[in-house]
Write a protein of this length. Structure first.
Length: 203
């Protein structure tokens, strides 16, 4: 099964979320899996189990309650978001395996740029020297996934100070620009989506 990559540019959060829901609800066994590569204007998203107290201040940034797992995170310009619309039943593996493949795609991408990244036990995502550089969150409906991952590239990181990122107080965040990687969000989005296609399609 091939994976179609769609580059959507900078798009508002809520209409994109609704489009993911619609795509997932309407797909069938012959629907091709897709990756949506994009950026969002500034927005905080609060997952199903998200606790409002992890929003530390009342920011002048929208807060959207959504249907993925996880707590609160921030999206903004200069961050690559890849939504992963995959039929796990057709792929033949489970959500934990998909999460591992998504994390590995980021780890492989950063390794190509001589940056060593790793997982942290009990805290999904990808980290460099303890600072979070990529966040993950998924929703599964009838074995089909939506939402995905976000990689910090060249953005204003200050809104992360308004939250406990992913529910962890004091968690440091970083981005590729601060690690000496010069590629733009668009360039890294291309590279990351290729890594994801290779790993999602692996047996």
């Amino acid at each position: 099964m091939n994976v179609r990559i769609k580059h959507l540019g900078r798009v508002e959060y809520e209409p994109t979320w609704r489009a993911m829901q619609t795509f997932t609800a309407q797909r069938n066994e012959s629907t091709q899996d897709e990756l949506w590569v994009l950026e969002h204007p500034p927005v905080f998203t609060l997952g199903q189990a998200g606790k409002r107290e992890h929003l530390l201040v009342d920011p002048d940034i929208p807060v959207v309650h959504i249907d993925r797992g996880g707590q609160i995170t921030y999206h903004g310009p200069g961050q690559v978001v890849v939504y992963v619309l995959v039929d796990l039943k057709q792929r033949g593996y489970g959500v934990k395996d998909l999460v591992s493949r998504m994390e590995q795609a980021v780890i492989n991408l950063l390794a190509q740029h001589q940056v060593i990244a790793e997982r942290q036990k009990g805290a999904p995502g990808v980290y460099v020297k303890g600072a979070k550089i990529a966040a993950l969150g998924l929703r599964i409906k009838q074995g089909r996934t939506y939402h995905g991952l976000a990689l910090n590239v060249d953005m204003d990181l200050s809104p992360f100070n308004y939250i406990n990122p992913c529910g962890y107080a004091g968690m440091a965040v970083t981005q590729t620009k601060d690690l000496g990687i010069r590629e733009t969000a668009r360039q890294l989005g291309d590279q990351l989506s290729r890594q994801l296609v290779e790993l999602i399609g692996a047996s």
